[in-house]
Design a protein around this ligand. Structure first.
Ligand code: PLP
Length: 490
């Protein structure tokens, strides 16, 4: 690693990326390449001799960029955002640049202590109860993804329960989710040895806006206990993936308390909004939960990966996840005055993620971060207003944050196709599916879809850092054009 070469090549990469952002609107948002496109363009084996960075960057432009879906494009409205920022990128570059491996405190004390500090700062911004903060006896950790965080807490909850009931009873453990809970919980449960048949999926309904119904949850728990099962964990969500529904934490946590069940709150996307006082009511009842996670790489301007996990009882995590090999023994660990984060997560080696969060928090400050979130919410509100004015469309869920769920209404489709009501209803999902496919196929904007209660819906998710009102206006024109073609053609 030659520092002068590093400097020269580093500048070139930054220039390349700055140009990329300047031109980002010229690329089709969703990559339009066909499977195998890259394999056919690249050589069969690695080069024997070194190649200059200029040649590599030319190939990047020519071969790699066409195969990218531009998540940072202001015209990206699919899934959830993965919002980048200058501070987030530079923090990531710094963290990678130092090249440390911070598995325990002694391996890089600043990495651990900065993580302790920023996770408490962030917890305070969210108004989390003190019991989730280091300063209040709890604490937090930065992991890669929500899936890893869920696996960590499930393992902690599982082992805590098995210590009470005996390991032979693992088959009796039951996990409760709603039909809107992200599938990563299911994956984590499978990995940590929960019988897949013991994952109770509680149905939600349109009447309660797809939020976790506490009464059905309670009935399922009582039924399980009567049948000899042991309730282990409930996963509640603040901002579900299909419609951004919010599960009611107060009643869920009360039920959990009655039966001694661990509650994990997954706020992967919606959690970030709770730095704004007007969204903090969504966290009412959080004091009754055991763990809480959000993805700062989704809607908190930090690059992937950065999942923040807070727990009330770090010891539960540590008991389940710690190892103490001789090679890592050291005085700091033995003093018990330090956090060794390898014992708070699945992996041993870990990245210096705290730096990017530190840069984001310091470069923007709470005031600006709230402003960014509110701006996205206002853009989504604006889009919602545009959709509401066109009677051919209908809203499919309440907008809680910056995602609008809608579709072409059955009535509009029936009219255009001259169909009877029943036939029309059958066509509704198909036409809406075609709508999202044709929008994404032309590349001007990118959107995604979800199925809720048997209905195929379109999701318009605002959250890219560069998105502004003009992009929302263009997006709406694109959506209307495609809808016109579909409705006129049928
Ligand atoms: N939970 C929710 C509510 C999500 O929306 C997502 C992803 O979109 C996840 C969990 C999974 O997150 P990750 O990819 O970080 O595991």
């Amino acid at each position: 690693l030659d520092p002068e070469q590093f400097r020269k090549q580093g500048y070139k990469i930054i220039d390349f990326l700055a140009d990329y952002y300047q031109n980002i609107e010229t690329f089709p948002v969703q990559s339009q390449v066909k499977p195998g496109y890259l394999t056919s363009r690249l050589p069969d084996s690695a080069p024997y001799n070194p190649e200059p960075i200029e040649t590599i960057l030319q190939d990047l432009q020519k071969d790699i960029i066409p195969g990218l879906t531009h998540w940072q494009s202001p015209n990206y409205f699919a899934l959830f955002p993965c919002s980048l920022s200058t501070a987030g990128f530079l923090g990531e570059a710094l963290g990678t640049g130092f090249g440390i491996v911070g598995f325990n405190w002694i391996s890089s004390p600043a990495a651990t202590e900065l993580e302790n500090v920023v996770i408490d700062w962030f917890g305070k911004m969210l108004n989390l109860p003190n019991s989730f903060l280091f300063s209040g006896g709890g604490g937090g950790v930065l992991q890669g993804t929500t899936c890893e965080a869920m696996l960590s807490v499930l393992t902690a909850a599982r082992d805590q329960m098995l210590r009470k009931i005996g390991r032979v009873n693992i088959e009796k453990l039951v996990v409760y989710v709603s039909d809107q809970t992200h599938f990563s919980l299911q994956k984590s449960a499978q990995i940590c040895g929960i019988n897949p048949e013991n994952i109770r999926v509680i149905s939600t309904s349109k009447e309660t806006q797809f939020s976790f119904p506490p009464n059905s949850l309670r009935s399922a728990i009582v039924e399980d206990i009567e049948a000899g099962f042991i309730p282990l964990l409930i996963c509640a969500t603040i901002g579900t993936t299909p419609t951004t529904a919010v599960d009611p934490l107060n009643p869920i946590c009360e039920i959990a308390k009655e039966f001694g069940i661990w509650v994990h709150v997954d706020a992967a996307y919606g959690g970030s909004a709770c730095i704004c006082p007007e969204f903090q009511h969504f966290l009412e009842g959080i004091e009754g939960a055991n763990s809480f996670s959000l993805n700062a790489h989704k809607w908190f301007f930090s690059t992937l990966d950065c999942c923040c996990l807070w727990v009330k009882d770090p010891n539960a995590l540590i008991k389940a996840l710690s190892t103490s090999p001789v090679c890592l023994k050291n005085r700091a660990t033995e003093s018990k005055l330090v956090v060794d984060y390898k014992d708070w997560q699945i992996t041993l080696s870990r990245r210096f993620r705290a730096l990017k969060l530190w840069l984001v928090l310091r470069s923007y400050g709470v005031e600006n971060l709230r402003r960014f979130i509110r701006n996205h919410v206002n853009l989504a509100k604006y889009f919602e207003g545009l959709v509401a004015m066109d009677k051919r469309f209908e809203m499919m869920a309440i907008r809680n944050f910056s995602v609008v769920c809608f579709r072409i209404s059955p009535l509009a489709i029936m009219k255009s196709e001259n169909l009877s009501r029943n036939e029309g209803e059958e066509e509704v999902n198909e036409i809406n599916k075609k709508l999202v496919e044709s929008i994404n196929g032309d590349g001007q904007i990118c959107m995604s879809h979800a199925m809720i209660g048997g209905d195929f819906i379109l999701r318009f998710a605002v959250g890219a850092s560069l998105t502004d009102y003009r992009h929302v206006d263009i997006a709406w024109e694109v959506i209307k054009d495609h809808a016109n073609s579909l409705l006129n053609a049928s």
